[in-house]
Design a protein around this ligand. Structure first.
Ligand code: PLP
Length: 436
């Protein structure tokens, strides 16, 4: 492609003030855990692009599976089956826990969450969806307005029937308590809130097993188990948004596996195809699947279960197994955790280090004792943009958002590459220290 004077002249970039994005990084090619810009500069991809490229770049088996499928057939109505659709849904059902056996395919995480919320309403006949304040479930009207992330301001008032509850955000507990002495008081508060809302009006509660860009914190031990019990007590469906946490990201196939609970629906995207072709899915339990055997399922989209995406997803599942990426995510995740804790000791700007597997978050503060956030909530600060640019200068790709730095390298990462990333991050944090 020929070079153009201003690369973003004809493009609106997401989640940004357009004019702030000069210069913009133009990605040219990628291989393994690295990508290169048009000037030939190399970047260590410590974010798997956007938490999605779990297999790393240029995986030959996935690429060849897509190529073979392209030769065979590209366009198939979502109302028909193909061998690959059948095989992929069976392979997913095999890996998902309990009786999560039936897949409804879509094209993105937003669409998958959106459809899961509608399915919950259809199955229960109840109107409300409960979600955490620090959560992000997508960019459509039906998901942006359910997630609690400040980005929801764009469409407020959001979908009717949305109710938000306080998170188990232990670093800044909303109840001023400490885990584990708190005995998960936040769940007692949630139960009280459900009672006041009338639980018979609540269709579903949605949670991310590790909150992604909206907070970067794992749910504390025991939380999901008690949340499952709470949902059962009131006949409420539990939706696990595994868009980031699915497919090995946290060192298990799925985030809920760490607690051994079975939600009623799991929502997938990102790692499902490792980002090679867009795809999302809602995997539902037998009760929900049964509901639609005799009733209309009034949902669907033209590109659902696209043949190229099915081919990519099936090849990805095989690669997660063949390359033993889940054990690798555990090993490399433990190494990354230890190195990040060492960094935190040396850099006063780091208030908290938290995460699971290969999904980590540094929360930045002005002062560790007061925990004053580096970027006060809901303020329009240029600092995160500058941190991201600084990281690019160092040759590392990460997410800087508000006071958070989020890290999610590909699951194929080696110990040497973890070390390389930590050294680059060390220099970025020295720069942040100097800004306070
Ligand atoms: C937890 C979670 N849910 C849903 C989404 C939306 O997925 P997508 O961007 O594929 O629409 C995201 C995106 O980052 C996410 O992190």
């Amino acid at each position: 492609m020929s070079a153009v004077a201003s690369p973003r002249r004809h493009v609106l970039l997401p989640w940004t003030v357009q004019e702030r994005e000069d210069p913009v990084l133009v990605c040219d090619r990628a291989e393994g855990v690295y990508f290169w810009d048009r000037q030939g500069k190399r970047y260590l991809d410590f974010l798997s692009q956007l938490f999605n490229c779990n297999l790393g770049h240029g995986n030959r088996r996935v690429i060849e599976a897509i190529q073979r499928q392209a030769d065979k057939v590209c366009c198939v109505s979502p109302q028909l089956l193909t061998e690959e659709r059948i095989a992929l849904s069976a392979a997913l059902a095999e890996r998902t826990p309990g009786d999560l056996n039936t897949c409804f395919f879509v094209n993105s995480g937003s669409e998958a969450d959106d459809q899961a919320f509608i399915l919950a309403r259809l199955v229960t006949g109840r109107p409300k969806i409960f979600s955490k304040y620090r959560s992000y479930h997508g960019t459509t009207f039906g998901t942006l307005g359910v997630g609690g992330d400040p980005r929801r301001a764009a469409i407020e008032p959001g979908p009717p029937g949305t109710v938000r509850f306080f998170d188990p955000y232990c670093y800044r507990c909303d109840f001023n308590l400490r885990y584990p002495e708190c005995r998960l008081h936040c769940l007692d508060a949630l139960e009280r809130q459900l009672q006041l809302e009338n639980p018979a009006t609540v269709a579903a509660i949605v949670v991310e097993p590790v909150t992604g860009a909206a907070g970067g914190f794992p749910l504390p031990d025991g939380y999901l188990t008690r949340l499952r019990q709470l949902c059962d007590r009131y006949g409420i469906l539990l939706i696990a948004d595994e868009v980031i946490t699915g497919f090995g990201r946290t060192g298990a196939w799925f985030g809920v596996d760490h607690e051994g609970i079975v939600p009623d629906m799991m929502v997938f995207a990102k790692g499902l195809t490792s980002g090679y072709v867009p795809m999302g899915a809602v995997v539902v339990n037998d009760r929900i699947a049964q509901h639609f055997q005799t009733r209309m399922l009034p949902l669907g989209s033209t590109y659902a279960a696209h043949p190229l995406a099915c081919a990519a997803a099936f090849a990805c599942l095989e690669e997660y197994d063949r390359l033993q990426l889940i054990p690798n995510a555990q090993r490399m995740g433990a190494l990354l955790r230890d190195r990040l804790r060492e960094l935190a000791n040396r850099h006063p700007c780091v208030g908290d280090v938290r995460g699971q597997g290969l999904l980590w978050c540094l929360e930045l503060v002005q002062d560790r004792d007061s925990k004053a956030p580096l970027v006060p909530p809901n303020t329009d600060s240029l600092l995160p943009l500058h941190i991201r640019r600084r990281a690019w200068d160092e040759g590392i790709h990460l997410m800087a958002r508000g006071s958070l730095i989020l890290l999610a390298p590909p699951l194929i990462i080696t110990a040497e590459q973890v070390q390389e990333g930590v050294e680059k991050l060390d220099r970025v944090l020295s720069w942040v220290d100097a800004q306070r």
